[in-house]
Write a protein that binds this ligand. Structure first.
Ligand code: ZN
Length: 64
């Protein structure tokens, strides 16, 4: 199983990627805690609060 890692810029969680599919960032961390799956960022209060504008799995917190 691939290690999931989170984008440092937008917190998107990816498994196999060298650049983030959402923001194009190339900085990832494997030190993250909790995640949320956003289905519809336009209608999600949590997504708005967290500043998430893309669908998908996002880390709640980055530890480093
Ligand atoms: Zn990103």
């Amino acid at each position: 199983m691939a290690t999931e890692k989170a984008c440092r810029q937008c917190r998107r969680i990816v498994e196999e990627a060298t650049t983030c599919p959402d923001c194009g960032g190339a900085q990832f961390t494997t030190f993250w805690r909790g995640f949320i799956t956003i289905a519809d960022p336009e209608k999600s209060e949590i997504a708005k609060k967290m500043g998430i504008t893309q669908k998908g799995k996002h880390a709640l917190r980055l530890s480093q």
